[in-house]
Design a binder for this molecule. Sequence first.
Ligand code: AMP
Ligand code: MG
Length: 424
Amino acid sequence: MTDPTAPLRQISCADDYDPNSMPVAKAREVISRFLSPVTTHERAHVRAALGRVLAEDVISPLDVPAHDNSAMDGYAVRFADLKADAKVTLKVAGTSFAGVPYAGAVKAGECVRIMTGGVVPQGADTIVMQEHVEAQGDKVTLGGGHRLGQHLRRAGEDLKTGQSALKRGQFLRPAEIGLIASLGIPEITVYRRLRVAFFSTGDELRSIGTVLAEGQIYDSNRYTIYGMLERLGCEAIDMGVVRDDPKLLEQAFAEAAATADVVITSGGVSVGEADFVKDLLNKMGEVVFWKIAMKPGRPLAYGKIGHAHFFGLPGNPVSVMVTFYQFVRDALLQLSGRDPVPALPSFKVPCASALKKAPGRTEFQRGVLTQDASGNWSVCVTGEQGSGILRSMSEANCFIILPEAQGNVTAGSLVEVQVMEGAI
Ligand code: AMP
Ligand code: MG
């Protein structure tokens, strides 16, 4: 195996890949070798920890549930009092409601009215559902066919004292926040948020709020990147638009790398523009420029500038989002301390229409997964697939992933889709 601390260019050469046709999986793999997660952490109140990553194992300080309790509304009985094939009549000695247990012990010939969550009183070992009981005054009659211990939730059956309830690296969703609260824990340790600085490059770009002159366009990449970073729980540091000027770019790269864990740029990595950025970054850090065998999103730069990781994404708005989903997302999650990094869910469905595809590159077409009246899912493309058509991302709810070797797709054949919703 290659030494993961070896410089990027050295590893890349040893792997004998072609930087002009880098397969998607290979690029992912090379990037993942360079990622070491944040280690600094902080204490957070359980609610404030929503969307953060756990930096410690959460050990249960108590048994869950804390007591043997009833899973049904009914009667707590002594199994030895019941008869397999005859009715018996028991005296109702009291009640055990959730939060208000029965104080005494159930004696022979007795039972206790119990509600769901009520503590099973001493002496009782079985719950009989109220639907299986005839009640008259303080007496109940019940038949046979019961099982020892039925409808009873045992103390510690979910979690025992000292057992690990959640592992370090766990992303904290509403379920985990609730679980932590159920253990009575008010505060936990989470990793600090990953700091990600980003800027757009291009002389033609203007920010919203300004009037466009001929040939100028509004910068949208800073908005999609901001949105994706926020969704992933990163601290997004917006550094604005930087003109295609080596001096200004050098300043921006230096400032970004000094303040952030990760630097993301868009534009300036395509042929023609890449040359001076390449020279600049080779001077400032260790960066490789790849032409990924994918569509859209062909040019991609990856490396380190000082201690910061660097992703140089293409300029086209769709390419930015596709490369972010396919490379940057996993890297940011790994750097944030998520363990394991959840793979984007993907599966196969029939494609409603024929698709044009030339072998040689992995394509990430934008798709809409829909369900027909009989409940069957299929996918269709969002229409024009140009890498500048951001509307295609807005209309899509999935990527249709067509592998490198794949040619044209005929209508009705199975294609792999990767769901976008929840992925970022
Ligand atoms: P580049 O990779 O810099 O040559 O950019 C490729 C295409 O994407 C050009 O048409 C750019 O105008 C466009 N582009 C680059 N950056 C942005 C941005 N931040 N917002 C919108 N379009 C962009
Ligand atoms: Mg440009």
